[in-house]
Design a protein around this ligand. Structure first.
Ligand code: UTP
Length: 297
């Protein structure tokens, strides 16, 4: 019997999408390089993975997204400049971002054929072990990072664990949706998955959020390159098939979900993250109070 409790040490970051909802901002700039207050989305995602114990970071990139890798690599000229000016705080910030060259891997997705295809592109780098997938434009604000919470759940359940959050029933057609079996606290067993169902046929209002812990057997289904909703190769469709072979769980994480791939979510994230910064919060609160008064009057 296969061990479905092996530790998760690798994370895949699919960053090859077109980011059309945020055009024109994403015309040249990769969506995952857009910044929430002081850190690009990809840095928030990598920090989350590190906090959860990930040791190898696999980026699925495309042409024009070189900045994403460069953000985590040495910047000798910048460091020299900061050192000559004794900018110690800034040096510390840069040191925190850098990843050892051996920990950072990348693979190209030649065309944006869908999330399932992007994950499939990482197959050889992942090998025969469980791995995490993090969508950098889905961010969570909370006490403990979403992936870390999921890792704790995984030590109990093993198998496959997908982050989940509740949405209003009328919004199910925007997300992958779970069909639930048993629920025990934050963890539920999954008996089915449907990509973007109409509310009239949605099996629940519990949706898939962009954090996954998957067993490598998922690649057997992604190998088939079958297209689904929107003509894309969907990760949800491959997972829906793997449910028949392996245990699958949803994990309802603690924290606020912020969809930074949409205009509204991106603006909300700026406010929510800024309010967590003691040097910014008081001024932001008084600015927002003034703006609220203006809009009410
Ligand atoms: P999205 O569904 O947000 O797609 O992808 P997108 O292309 O980035 O954005 P929109 O919908 O056009 O605005 C979720 C994540 O999966 C990656 C994206 O880069 C994003 O991080 N992705 C998506 C790929 O890497 N390749 C794909 O073919 C599709």
């Amino acid at each position: 019997m296969k061990n479905l409790h092996k530790p998760v040490k690798k994370a895949v970051f699919p960053v090859a999408g077109l980011g059309t909802r945020l055009l024109p901002a994403t015309k040249v700039m990769p969506k995952e390089m857009l910044t929430i207050v002081d850190r690009p989305l990809i840095q928030l995602a990598v920090e989350e993975a590190r906090e959860a114990g990930i040791e190898e970071f696999i980026f699925v990139t495309s042409d024009g997204k070189e900045a994403l890798m460069q953000h985590f690599q040495d910047a000798p000229a910048l460091m020299e400049n900061l050192q000559s000016r004794k900018k110690l705080d800034q040096i510390a910030k840069i040191n925190k971002v850098d990843l050892p060259a051996s920990a950072l891997k990348s693979v190209k997705q030649d065309q944006p054929l869908g999330l399932g295809h992007a994950v499939w592109c990482a197959k050889d780098l992942v090998g025969d072990e469980p791995f995490a997938v993090i969508l950098a434009d889905d961010t969570v604000l909370g006490e403990e990072s979403c992936l870390k919470q999921m890792m704790t759940a995984y030590t109990k359940t093993g198998g496959n664990v997908i982050a989940s959050c509740e949405v209003p029933m009328e919004d199910t057609s925007k997300y992958g949706v779970f069909k639930l079996a048993d629920r025990d606290g934050n963890i539920f067993s999954v008996s089915g998955l449907v990509e973007k169902p109409d509310p009239s046929v949605a099996p629940s209002n519990m949706t898939i959020f962009g954090r996954y812990i998957l067993q490598p057997e998922i690649f057997a289904y992604l190998d088939k390159h079958e297209t689904g909703a929107g003509g894309e190769i969907q990760l949800t469709d491959a997972m829906a098939k793997l449910i028949n072979d392996q245990p699958f769980y949803g994990y309802v994480f603690e924290g606020e979900r912020l969809d930074c791939g949409s205009e509204l979510g991106f603006v909300k994230a700026q406010i929510a993250f800024a309010l967590k910064k003691p040097h910014l919060a008081p001024e932001i609160i008084s600015y927002m109070s003034a703006k609220l008064k203006e809009s009410i009057l």
